[in-house]
Design a protein around this ligand. Structure first.
Ligand SMILES: CC(C)(COP(=O)(O)OP(=O)(O)OC[C@H]1O[C@@H](n2cnc3c(N)ncnc32)[C@H](O)[C@@H]1OP(=O)(O)O)[C@@H](O)C(=O)NCCC(=O)NCCS
Length: 187
């Protein structure tokens, strides 16, 4: 079953999901830096993202608006039914309780995209499981191919593997399909 935007995650504090606003920009930069594994982009970039790509991004915040996680994404200009997920980060205090999965489900449902893409390096087991699990939950295909290989970079960088998940269908449609009796052909 998919996760909802306002469920309590049983961690002792409720985390609500919403679109980012400009006031979240600094927090996105801090959280990215604190993961210790993600590429830290300029603080300007996170502010710009909160202004221009809020509709394809999401933040998870406590009642006091403390940032606990985020997903930044955009619709690919040459394929606007595909959501490219750029960065996903969850505060260490909130990890392992389904927050990243909830945020991705929120984006899939609110954007109504047919495919979701992201890139992951070989050594990021958490991220690989996060997207494998999403594909399973949405009963969608999940293809992995190398996208950006080390020789393409001007600096040192591991291969980024493209994860493409889809076709995605809205949860209500999937529920209806499950309830509709399948036609059985008897030879
Ligand atoms: C990757 C990250 C976003 C996951 O956040 P999270 O809220 O803990 O993830 P969830 O609780 O939704 O877990 C999703 C799935 O991944 C699995 N998972 C989570 N952490 C894991 C880990 N360290 N190792 C292996 N699997 C892990 C969960 O068991 C779950 O699988 P399931 O649905 O089959 O049970 C978080 O660990 C993080 O911020 N890491 C640093 C930044 C990063 O690597 N971002 C991803 C690349 S853009």
């Amino acid at each position: 079953m998919l996760h909802s935007a306002n469920e309590n995650d049983h961690s002792g504090f409720a985390i609500n999901l919403r679109r980012p606003t400009l006031s979240d920009g600094a927090g996105l930069w801090h959280l990215t830096r604190d993961t210790g594994v993600l590429d830290v982009n300029s603080s300007y970039q996170y502010l710009l993202w909160c202004r221009d790509f809020a509709e394809t991004s999401v933040v998870g915040v406590t009642e006091e608006q403390q940032l606990m996680g985020f997903v930044t994404g955009f619709l690919r200009p040459d394929e606007p039914t595909t959501l490219m997920v750029w960065q996903v980060a969850v505060d260490r205090a909130a990890r392992g309780r389904g927050l990243a999965s909830r945020m991705l489900d929120y984006l899939v449902e609110t954007t109504g995209v047919k495919h979701l893409e992201t890139t992951v390096t070989d050594d990021n087991a958490a991220s690989q499981q996060l997207f494998a699990s999403l594909a399973q939950r949405h009963e969608a295909e999940h293809n992995v191919t190398p996208l950006f290989t080390p020789e393409m970079y001007p600096d040192e960088h591991e291969t980024e593997y493209l994860h493409r998940i889809g076709p995605l269908v809205p949860e209500l449609v999937r529920q209806r399909r499950r309830k509709t009796p399948q036609l059985t052909v008897v030879n």
